[in-house]
Design a protein around this ligand. Structure first.
Ligand SMILES: Nc1ncnc2c1ncn2[C@@H]1O[C@H](COP(=O)(O)OP(=O)(O)O)[C@@H](O)[C@H]1O
Ligand SMILES: [Mg+2]
Length: 339
C-alpha cells in the first residue's frame, strides 16, 4: 500500500563538520603528496627542460599565472562560502519562525476545535432540554384536544391529529440533530460504548459491509478533547466507508498501550509513552493518494490529531483498500502536572 506522500519524512543529514574535516584532510594529503613527488622527481626541472624549446610561447610564466589563478579561485570560493553561510543562517531563522507559526497554528486549531465541540454540546443540550420539553407539551396538549373533540368536533379532531404528527416529526428531527451534535452515550457511558453504538448504527445502514470493532485498554480519565477526537476519527472514517467502500470489510482497532519512545541510540534508559492508537482498514476499492484529493475529512482528521501532539498516517492504492492510523499521547489535552 502506498503511504500518504504529504507526510514529511525524517531523513537525517550527515554532520557538516565531519565533511569539512574530511575534505580538509584530502586537500592537505594531496598537497603533501604533490610536494613529495615534486621533490623526488624534480618535477620543475623536468618541466623547464621540456618547455625550453617553446620559449616563444612564454610557458615558463605559467606557474606564476596559475598561482594567481588559484589565489583568485580561493577568494571566489571564500566569497561564495560566506554568501552560503549567510543564506543558511537566514533560512534557519525562517525555519524556526515557520515552526513557531506552525505550533501557534496547531494551538489555535486545537482551541477552535474545542470551542466547536463545546458549542455543539451546548446546542445539543439546549435542543434536547428546551425544545424537547416544549414539543412534548405541544404533543400532550394536542392529544388532549384530540380526546376532547373526539365525536363532537371532527374538524378540530383532524387538526389535533395533524398537530400531533407534526410534533412527533420535529421531535425525531431534533433527536437526529442532537445525536449528530453530541455522540450518544459519550458523556454517560464512555468512549467504548459510544463507539460500539456508532458502529452498530452503520451495521444497520450498510448491510452489505461487515464491521469489526476491537477495543483494548482503559479509556477512562482521558481529556474531553481527546475522547471526542477519537470518536470523530472513527465517525469520519465510517462515513468515508459509506461513501467509497460500501461493500467492504471494515476493521476498527482502538488500543491504549505504552510504547517505547525513540530515544537516541546511545541512551539506554528507554522511556515509555502512554499512547492511544486508532486504526481503521477496509478492503474496498481504495484510492490513488498521489492524485490531488478534494475533500476536507482527512485534512480535518490530521488537524485534530496533530493539534493534540499526535501523528496521522494514511495508506491506500487503487483496488488495494484504505487504511488510516492515528497515534495520540493518552495525556493529550489534560493540564500538565505541576512539579
Ligand atoms: N475508505 C475509503 N476508500 C476509498 N477512498 C477513500 C476512503 N476514504 C477516503 N477516500 C478518498 O479520500 C478522499 C478524501 O476523503 P475526505 O477527506 O474524507 O473527503 P470527502 O469524504 O469529502 O471526499 C475521498 O475523496 C476519497 O477519494
Ligand atoms: Mg469524508
Amino acid at each position: 500500500m502506498a503511504s500518504d506522500p504529504s507526510n514529511p519524512s525524517s531523513a537525517r543529514p550527515a554532520s557538516p563538520h565531519s565533511t569539512v574535516r574530511r575534505d580538509l584532510a584530502w586537500v592537505l594529503a594531496l598537497t603533501v603528496l604533490a610536494a613529495v613527488l615534486s621533490v623526488t622527481f624534480d618535477f620543475s626541472e623536468h618541466a623547464y627542460r621540456w618547455t625550453r624549446g617553446l620559449e616563444r610561447f612564454q610557458l615558463d610564466e605559467l606557474p606564476g599565472t596559475l598561482c594567481v589563478l588559484s589565489i583568485c579561485l580561493a577568494w571566489f570560493a571564500w566569497r561564495r562560502y560566506r554568501e552560503t553561510r549567510r543564506e543558511l543562517s537566514r533560512r534557519c531563522v525562517l525555519e524556526a519562525q515557520a515552526e513557531r507559526l506552525l505550533a501557534d497554528n496547531r494551538r489555535l486549531a486545537n482551541q477552535a476545535l474545542q470551542a466547536q465541540e463545546l458549542e455543539r454540546r451546548h446546542l445539543a443540550r439546549e435542543l434536547h432540554d428546551e425544545l424537547g420539553q416544549y414539543l412534548n407539551a405541544i404533543s400532550l396538549d394536542a392529544a388532549r384536544i384530540r380526546d376532547l373533540s373526539s365525536g363532537r368536533e371532527p374538524e378540530v379532531h383532524r387538526v389535533s391529529l395533524g398537530l400531533m404528527q407534526s410534533a412527533s416529526h420535529v421531535y425525531r428531527q431534533i433527536g437526529g440533530m442532537v445525536r449528530r451534535l453530541r455522540p450518544i452515550g459519550l458523556d454517560e457511558f464512555g468512549l467504548p460504548s459510544a463507539l460500539e453504538h456508532c458502529v452498530d448504527g452503520w451495521r444497520e445502514r450498510l448491510p452489505d459491509a461487515s464491521f469489526s470493532l476491537a477495543i483494548e485498554g482503559d479509556f477512562a480519565g482521558l481529556s474531553d478533547a481527546l475522547t471526542i477526537t477519537l470518536y470523530r476519527l472513527v465517525q469520519e472514517g465510517l462515513t468515508n466507508v459509506s461513501k467509497f467502500a460500501r461493500t467492504s470489510r471494515v476493521e476498527v482497532f482502538l488500543v491504549r498501550a505504552p510504547r517505547e519512545a525513540q530515544e537516541p541510540q546511545d541512551r539506554q534508559d528507554a522511556r515509555l509513552i502512554d499512547e492511544i492508537v486508532v486504526t481503521m482498514a477496509d478492503d474496498g476499492p481504495g484510492t490513488d493518494l498521489e492524485k490531488p484529493r478534494g475533500g476536507l475529512g482527512l485534512i480535518g482528521m490530521r488537524e485534530r490529531v496533530e493539534a493534540l501532539g499526535g501523528e496521522f498516517h494514511v495508506a491506500s492504492k487503487p483496488e488495494g483498500g484504505f487504511l488510516f492510523c492515528a497515534r495520540v499521547p493518552a495525556h493529550a489535552g489534560l493540564a500538565e502536572p505541576v512539579n
